[in-house]
Ligand binder design. Structure first.
Ligand SMILES: Nc1nc2c(ncn2[C@@H]2O[C@H](COP(=O)(O)OP(=O)(O)O)[C@@H](O)[C@H]2O)c(=O)[nH]1
Ligand SMILES: [Mg+2]
Ligand SMILES: [Zn+2]
Length: 304
């Protein structure tokens, strides 16, 4: 029998069967997956073959079907351990807010770079707009512009009031979407607004840390009644880039990628070379300074 892994707790996997029911499954023996070093052999979104053990009522996963794609992250920038967040995605969405907890543009960029590395279309949701004052609304329009010019559609919503969530619904319809973002930005609240029947737990942001408290520990996939699946990932504090390659980092920026053949040198790093089209574009405002400076900082800091 075939099914989709919708939840993984390490040793047990919930598998969604074609008839809409679930079977709790274990893995058969040792699994080797395509030579990638990860802490989890199977991830949410994986399509698997399993058989039901008659005595236990549980299932045994015997085979993992080829992945269309997957997203890996390292726990921290320096961490050696990496984890497959999810597999077989149509799109990846990062949810952030200009209220609490704030997300740095560095974090957003790392997420986008990861999505680019796997050729997965990415989108940004700015949540909690019901809390924004005029100043925050201005910041929002600047940031939205930065990312839309770079090629990433942005949605400005309130999971609380439901404002503009209809646009998100259209985005998600009939697709498998990964939803990522810091703990407390409103992932669960947004999913509840889109699919009230799910009734996911939401947690107030703790005053002490100004960060959300962790409620979700494992990624979980939910079927949307209007079509498609959404994957709620546990609050991610940091996005370590898996196998960062400085030579190709610029290619993970669509706005730089578009210009790379215009640079004088074919292997231009856009740092200090003469005749660099990217630097010209930054100077005349075609490429955002925020994005370019983020690029410089990743080039300078990351170890991998
Ligand atoms: N005012 C406001 N609060 C929100 C909104 N979305 C989520 N929250 C609140 O933010 C907190 C964290 O939300 P939650 O969905 O648990 O975040 P998650 O950790 O990303 O799943 C909860 O107290 C939510 O009620 C929103 O659009 N507006
Ligand atoms: Mg949550
Ligand atoms: Zn260049």
């Amino acid at each position: 029998m075939e099914g989709i892994v919708i939840k993984s707790t390490g040793s047990w996997y919930s598998v969604l069967r074609p008839d809409g029911t679930f079977t709790e499954c274990k893995l058969k023996g040792k699994f080797k997956v395509q030579g990638i070093k990860t802490t989890n052999p199977l991830a949410v979104g994986d399509h698997v073959v399993f058989r039901v053990l008659r005595e236990e009522g549980a299932g045994l996963i015997t085979q993992i079907l080829p992945r269309k794609n997957y997203v890996i992250r390292k726990a921290t920038k320096l961490s050696k351990e990496s984890q497959i967040l999810a597999a077989n995605l149509d799109q990846a969405i990062i949810i952030v807010t200009l209220a609490e907890p704030r997300t740095s543009t560095g974090f957003i960029d790392r997420f986008l770079i990861t999505a680019e590395a796997y050729h997965i279309p990415a989108f940004i949701i700015f949540n909690k707009i019901d809390l924004y004052d005029e100043n925050k609304m201005n910041q929002l329009s600047v940031l939205k512009d930065v990312y839309e010019v770079a090629g990433y559609p942005c949605f400005c919503v309130s999971a609380l009031t439901g404002e503009n969530t209809g646009d998100v619904m259209k985005l998600l319809k009939d697709k498998v979407s990964l939803l990522a973002g810091h703990s407390g930005v409103g992932k669960s609240a947004l999913i509840n607004t889109l699919e009230p029947g799910l009734d996911l737990k939401t947690k107030p942001i703790s005053k002490a840390h100004r960060k959300g408290v962790h409620t979700t520990t494992f990624a979980m996939m939910f079927r949307l009644s209007f079509g498609g699946f959404i994957i709620d990932t546990p609050g991610i504090k940091e996005f370590g880039l898996y196998e960062l390659d400085r030579n190709t980092l610029a290619e993970r920026y669509p706005e730089m990628r578009a210009l790379m053949h215009a640079c004088k040198y074919t292997n231009c790093t856009h740092l200090h070379e003469p005749g660099c089209a990217v630097k010209v574009a930054v100077k005349n405002g075609e490429i955002s300074k925020v994005r370019y400076e983020g690029y410089l900082s990743i080039m300078a800091q990351d170890e991998s």
